[in-house]
Design a binder for this molecule. Structure first.
Ligand code: SF4
Length: 123
C-alpha cells in the first residue's frame, strides 16, 4: 500500500495540536506537531477505531422544558453516530429528569449508555 500523508487535530485538550502524519495503511511512518504523547495515542486510535462522545437532546413529556440534554457516557464508534441520532429522535422520556438518568442502555451493543446531562422539572 502506498504511503499517504494525513493531518489530524488532537481533541484531547484545548490546545488542539495539528498533527501531520505519514501513514502506511494503519501504521504510522512519521508523526509531528504533537506537544505531548497523548497526540500519538489520539492518532493511533483515529486510525484503528475512531470514536466520539455524542451529545444531543431527547423530548420530555410533562416537563417545564420540551427537551433534555443527553450524552453518551463514553465514546462510541464514529460510524454509529448518525444511527444514534436517528434513534434519539424517537425517544421521549417523562419529567422529572435528573442529571445521570439512563435514557438509553447499551447503544448498539457497545455497552455504552446514553445519560441525561441536565435536569428537567415537572411542569
Ligand atoms: S497532543 Fe497533547 S497538548 Fe496537543 S492537543 Fe493533544 S493532548 Fe493537547
Amino acid at each position: 500500500m502506498p504511503e499517504e500523508k494525513r493531518e489530524f487535530v488532537c481533541i484531547n485538550c484545548p490546545r488542539g495540536c495539528e498533527i501531520a502524519t505519514v501513514l502506511d495503511g494503519k501504521s504510522i511512518v512519521s508523526l509531528s506537531g504533537n506537544v505531548c504523547k497523548l497526540g500519538v495515542k489520539y492518532v493511533e486510535d483515529e486510525i484503528a477505531d475512531p470514536r466520539r462522545v455524542v451529545t444531543s437532546t431527547v423530548r420530555v413529556r410533562g416537563g417545564n422544558m420540551p427537551l433534555a440534554p443527553v450524552w453518551t457516557e463514553h465514546a462510541i464508534p464514529k460510524g454509529m453516530i448518525l444511527r444514534l441520532a436517528d434513534e434519539l429522535r424517537k425517544v421521549e422520556i417523562d419529567a422529572p429528569v435528573k442529571c445521570g438518568d439512563i435514557v438509553m442502555t447499551d447503544v448498539f451493543g457497545t455497552g455504552v449508555n446514553v445519560l441525561a446531562s441536565g435536569e428537567v422539572a415537572v411542569k
